[in-house]
Design a protein around this ligand. Structure first.
Ligand code: NI
Length: 169
């Protein structure tokens, strides 16, 4: 396994739209295990391939307290969304240190392939439902700060660029 570099907002590569995985082969399995290692190392609850500059529809998630229940979603598709929504405080490994409210569906049903290529249905609610919606946005090239007001987004952009400049010194 290997740690991957996570792209940071406002990197334009975060806005690329991911393509479906044609076949779940050893290359995808290696990507999945590297993404899991990267997510655990970064103490995140989810990571989309887009965030590690791989533009294929692959997501890894672990919302368990014990950090021992990895969930792999390849070519995920939402088949049902609850009418009910709620405002949830979100963060993102690509926007470190920023947390803000985003409205999400309370529950979603998703079909996806797992790391063995087997199709499965996930009925998600609460934090898992939020996480799936957040990660699926990444695959469409969307970062959660794009739901915020232009004013807030610009402030975040400025803050991130300043942070990167300081890192580069
Ligand atoms: Ni994110």
């Amino acid at each position: 396994m290997a740690l991957l570099t996570i792209l940071c907002y406002p990197d334009p590569k975060l806005h690329k739209v991911a393509k479906p995985v044609a076949v779940v082969d050893a290359v995808i399995q290696k990507l999945v295990s590297d993404m899991l290692e990267t997510m655990y190392e970064a103490k995140g609850i989810g990571l989309a391939a887009t965030q590690v500059d791989v533009h294929q529809r692959v997501i890894v998630i672990d919302t368990s307290e014990e950090r021992n229940q990895p969930l792999v979603l390849i070519n995920p598709e939402i088949t049902w969304k609850s009418e009910g929504t709620h405002l949830n405080e979100e963060g993102c490994l690509s926007v470190p240190g920023i947390y803000d409210g985003v409205v999400r569906h309370d529950a979603v049903h998703v079909t996806a392939l797992d790391e063995t290529g087997k199709s499965r249905v996930i009925e998600a609610q609460e934090i898992l439902a939020v996480c799936i919606q957040h990660e699926m946005d990444h695959l469409m090239g969307k970062v959660f700060v794009e739901y915020l007001s232009p004013l807030k987004r610009n402030r975040i952009k400025t803050k991130m660029l300043k942070m990167h400049r300081e890192d580069a010194r």
